[in-house]
Design a protein. Structure first.
Length: 149
């Protein structure tokens, strides 16, 4: 991606297989033009808050939606969610937890912190592709965003 201020989807996923499946699903349905992948929670926060190697970004320009795994290296997904939803500059960015964690405490804590949706990763390839496609369509095409987010 040439312009990191045009990111529509920030995919935060440390599992290369799941990341590849999500990217393939988005590409298959023409939703992958502006996807940026990070592999850990620390880089996700650097990207969102335009710091570190992402300091050239401008806070307030995307992403339009964040697909966030919970079990991440460096900084876990719940801490990433807490930081994003706790900052007035970023709290309106929709965050969709896309995880394999069925733990009730993760679900409850995610919603307590302000997650917009909590989706379990389907194990079946076709269902995973369908879930990612539906997420992309809804959050990028159907959902209305505030003019000045």
């Amino acid at each position: 991606m040439d312009n990191v201020n045009e990111v529509e989807i920030l995919l935060v996923e440390d599992n290369p297989n799941d990341a590849e499946l999500a990217l393939r699903a988005l590409k298959k349905h023409n939703l992958a033009n502006h996807v940026f992948l990070v592999n850990d929670g620390e880089e996700a926060l650097d990207f969102v808050f335009a710091r570190g190697k992402h300091a050239q970004r401008t806070i307030g320009f995307g992403p339009r939606v964040i697909l966030l795994d919970l079990k991440l290296p460096k900084v876990d997904g719940l801490e990433v969610l807490r930081a994003i939803k706790g900052d007035p500059r970023t709290r309106v960015i929709p965050v969709i937890v896309l995880t394999s964690s069925k733990e009730e405490k993760d679900i409850v804590e995610s919603y307590r912190l302000g997650v917009n949706s909590y989706i379990l990763k389907p194990v079946d390839f076709d269902k995973f592709v369908e879930a990612v496609k539906d997420i992309g369509y809804y959050w990028l095409l159907l959902n209305q965003f505030p003019a000045n987010k």
